[in-house]
Design a protein around this ligand. Structure first.
Ligand code: NAD
Length: 387
């Protein structure tokens, strides 16, 4: 079949196998060209390994520090006339390239929140890595079933207390408009913490510890977004921010048990991923950030952020007052934020093409699904099951 993008709201329901493989290769090239990361971890578990920051973490450790990896993700396989999800193609492309480079790369596909998948991942670690030195927790999910109670929780991305009026962007039409976002109920806020807070991270560390597969001196990372005052009302000070603050609590408890350098929350930059495009206000902020940081020569995507984390920040971590590692330093620098804050009130449907970069945002979004990559012949008939 000829595979084309089919966009529904903020997701694309098709993915291109050759395009996804090219996107994975492009990220591998970025790391290989920069050379080895001698201090990087050698045996790594990546939770949420198939796309976004998790995939970048698996690529950087495998191709930067010769790590063997077990990855866990929740993706859809292909059928005769239906493409797989992009993450499924990414996993296959990654495994092929990691194995060709002589590395172990085992992927467990299923619900990382469940006890069964934790047990499967532990068995894969035992069999293939023995133990792990690093666990990267990079899950982004709207829903979690608590394995102890069987109750299912859904996250809600909403403000607290009062409704928030904010500017937002329809990335399909380029229209900038004001939206009013109603505040979360107590129940929605608590559910968001259940889904995106630190509980499951701690369950993973406890399960790995109990199974004896955590190496002495292991480190675990969990990724957060703090962002600027422009997105605080909907993000940092909203339900997601409260869930993310729970990561700081969990990290503190893990450090209490395993030592000071065992757990870090890492604050990363806003980049275009499947998860971030679903958050109101964030795509508008993202189109502006792309333009402002590129103009200042500070542009970074997913692979550049994670490469900088492992290459420049992890060997000797400097932490902020909440013990977080900061790779959002360039995004949140005074220079970048002063320009963001200057342009924000000027943004409208008419001024967007000049002030922000929707074209690059859209191109980055399509690349997540394997579309618009150089060197790929999209007119070719491909079998979506063939990788
Ligand atoms: P993403 O959507 O690209 O990736 C999410 C990953 O989680 C995928 O591998 C997916 O398969 C996996 N996943 C989801 N539900 C799962 C489940 N039940 N079981 C197993 N795997 C599951 O998201 P992302 O943007 O890379 O986000 C990763 C982390 O980085 C999140 O904690 C996010 O808050 C954080 N972060 C993102 C940004 C950003 O701008 N995108 C910025 C800072 C921090």
């Amino acid at each position: 079949m000829i595979i084309e993008p089919k966009i529904r709201g903020f997701i694309c329901t098709t993915a291109h196998p050759t395009g996804c493989a090219t996107n994975v290769q492009r990220q591998i090239d970025h790391v290989v060209v920069k050379g080895e990361i001698p201090t990087g971890p050698r045996r790594v578990l990546v939770l949420g390994c198939s796309t976004g920051y998790g995939l970048a973490s698996r690529i950087v450790t495998t191709f930067g520090s010769n790590a063997d990896t077990v990855g866990v993700s929740f993706e859809k396989p292909p059928a005769e006339n239906k493409t797989a999800s992009a993450g499924w193609y990414n996993n296959r492309a990654f495994e092929q390239r990691a194995k060709a480079a002589g590395r172990v790369a085992v992927t467990v596909e299923g619900d990382a929140f469940s006890d069964a998948i934790k047990a499967e991942a532990i068995a894969a670690i035992r069999e293939n890595l023995g133990q792990v030195d690093m666990i990267v927790y990079s899950l982004a999910s709207p829903v979690r079933t608590d394995p102890k109670t069987g109750e299912t929780y859904r996250s809600a991305i909403k403000p607290f207390g009062a409704p928030v009026e904010a500017k937002t962007l329809n990335t399909a039409t380029g229209e900038v408009s004001q939206v009013v976002i109603e505040p979360a109920t107590e129940e929605e806020a608590a559910a968001t913490v259940k889904v995106m807070g630190g509980e499951d991270w701690q369950l993973w560390i406890a399960a790995l510890s109990e199974a004896g597969v955590l190496a002495d001196g292991f480190t675990t990372l969990n990724y957060t977004y703090l962002g600027s005052e422009l997105t605080w009302p909907i993000y940092h000070k909203g339900t997601l921010g409260v869930a993310k603050a729970d990561l700081d609590r969990a990290a503190g408890e893990i450090r209490g048990q395993f030592g000071d350098s065992s757990a870090y929350v890492v604050a990363l930059k806003a980049v275009v991923t499947q998860a971030s495009s679903a958050i109101p206000v964030v795509p508008l902020y993202g189109t502006l950030l792309l333009k402002v940081m590129a103009e200042m020569g500070l542009g970074e995507g997913t692979i550049e952020q994670i490469d900088r984390l492992f290459r420049a920040k992890l060997a000797d971590p400097v932490v902020d007052e909440a013990h977080r590692i900061r790779v959002d330093d360039w995004e949140l620098s005074d220079t970048v934020q002063a320009e963001m804050i200057r342009r924000w009130p000027l943004l409208s449907t008419e001024t967007l093409p000049d002030l922000a970069d929707l074209k690059t945002y859209r191109a980055e979004f399509l690349k997540l699904f394997g579309f618009g990559l150089g060197g790929v012949d999209y007119s070719l008939d491909v079998d979506p099951r063939e990788v």
